[in-house]
Design a protein around this ligand. Structure first.
Ligand SMILES: C[S@@+](CC[C@H](N)C(=O)[O-])C[C@H]1O[C@@H](n2cnc3c(N)ncnc32)[C@H](O)[C@@H]1O
Ligand code: SF4
Length: 386
């Protein structure tokens, strides 16, 4: 790692991401780095995965030296982390705790598929130290779940949320997807209402992306399914923003709404505001002080590297000051707190205010904050302001 990136280590918040690359089946729209086989090679089976991830946590400690790096947030994502026993996830968390220490009130999240947990499992997650669960709900409509190839039924969500609350979790996120072929505005409203009925403190709503190489992309290409157009997507976004706000969930990032500042996902906020994080697992990305690297993608190659005691990193890039400025704009402009105006092209910001894309009042305080219309056109606005 370049000296420049090591500088300031410990002065910026530090986080861990742990990738768990297993799923029971692959959903037709998903291109995440995940595998359905239980046995992918030595150190890369579901049974041995926690030990392999722990080996990388220990390597992280050696690479980062003895700087005091209390971990503010841990996020276990996938794939389907909850395919591993809760105790295995707990052991990875223990390794992070032992090597680095957790900050007081650290946020510890795992993603979970609704069908992959039961009451005892969720209770155990709480006991081993998790503080937040993010469920992949996606939709409350059976025909939408069928197109997405999700295996849970809509009724599963209130059930798992109830178990999660009983286990003592205050922080629950539901992930939703809008724009699935065949979904109507009313279907989308029904999904939002079903999510809200369980009173989560956080909702993420993502526009369905038709990723190249997925079964969904093939179905769209063959004309079997029609991807929704941009106007329908914009309408669904506005429906979400209005309905969520009506129920006390305010946007704090373009695709994320929470009941208050303490319900926002602190881990994602650290990503979006330039913190340092170490990503454990095959294909996981890391970022320390302007250096980004990513691990080899296949779990067997990943495990083999760690077994030999060599780094699982595949490649890295060192961002110069201009790259870092552009990256900041791309991430921070998506936030409700906005982006400092002093890193933006001022003439373009004023034009965006005139065009109704940036809010005038925060500009006076030196922040560029998107209007609702600006959020719909965020990529284009970002482009003009850099
Ligand atoms: C990688 S998944 C992990 C969580 C868990 N495996 C699940 O699916 O429930 C994280 C979230 O990414 C979102 N996602 C994945 N692929 C997507 C796509 N092509 N378009 C939009 N959202 C997507 C889904 O909402 C999903 O809940
Ligand atoms: S369960 Fe989640 S990670 Fe696994 S294939 Fe489906 S969307 Fe992707």
């Amino acid at each position: 790692m370049p000296g420049r990136s090591r500088k300031g280590l410990g002065t910026r918040p530090f986080a861990f991401y742990v990738h768990v690359p297993f799923c029971v089946t692959r959903c037709g729209y998903c291109d995440f780095n995940t595998y359905t086989a239980t046995e992918l090679g030595p150190g890369a089976s579901r049974d041995s995965y926690a030990d392999t991830a722990i080996a990388e946590v220990r390597m992280a400690r050696r690479v980062l030296g003895d700087a005091d790096l209390p971990v503010e947030t841990v996020f276990v994502g996938g794939g389907t982390p909850t395919l591993l026993p809760a105790d295995h996830l707990g052991r990875v968390l223990d390794a992070i705790r032992n090597e680095f220490g957790l900050a007081e009130n650290a946020e510890v999240t795992t993603e979970a598929n609704p069908e992959s947990v039961d009451e005892a499992y969720v209770a155990r997650l709480r006991e081993v130290g998790f503080t937040r669960i993010s469920y992949g709900m996606q939709s409350a409509r059976e025909h939408v779940l069928a197109v997405l190839e999700r295996s849970h039924t809509p009724g599963r969500i209130p059930q798992v949320v109830d178990w999660t609350r009983k286990a003592g979790f205050e922080h629950i996120n539901l992930d939703l997807i809008y724009g699935t072929p065949g979904e109507t505005d009313d279907d989308w409203r029904a999904s939002l209402e079903a999510a809200l009925a369980t009173e989560p403190d956080h909702v993420s709503a993502y526009a369905l992306i038709v990723e190249d190489g997925t079964r969904l992309a093939a179905q769209v290409r063959r004309g079997e399914l029609t991807a929704p157009d941009d106007d329908a997507m914009a309408d669904r976004y506005l429906i979400a923003d209005a309905l969520l706000a009506e129920h006390g969930l305010r946007w704090y990032e373009i695709s994320n709404w929470a009941t208050g500042a303490d319900a926002a996902c602190r881990h994602n906020m650290l990503y979006w505001t330039g913190a340092d994080w170490w990503g454990v697992g095959p294909g996981a990305h890391s970022h320390v002080g302007g250096t980004r690297w990513w691990n080899v993608k296949h779990p067997a190659a990943y495990a083999a590297r760690l077994a030999e005691g060599t780094t699982p990193a595949h490649a890295r890039e060192v961002l110069d000051d201009e790259d870092q400025r552009i990256e900041r704009i791309m991430l921070e402009l998506r936030l409700a707190q906005g982006c400092p105006t002093d890193i933006l092209d001022d003439k373009a910001v004023r034009q965006a205010i005139d065009d109704g894309l940036i809010q005038p009042a925060p500009y006076e305080q030196g922040r560029a904050v998107l209007t609702r219309r600006g959020r719909l056109l965020a990529d284009a606005v970002t482009h003009t302001l850099t």
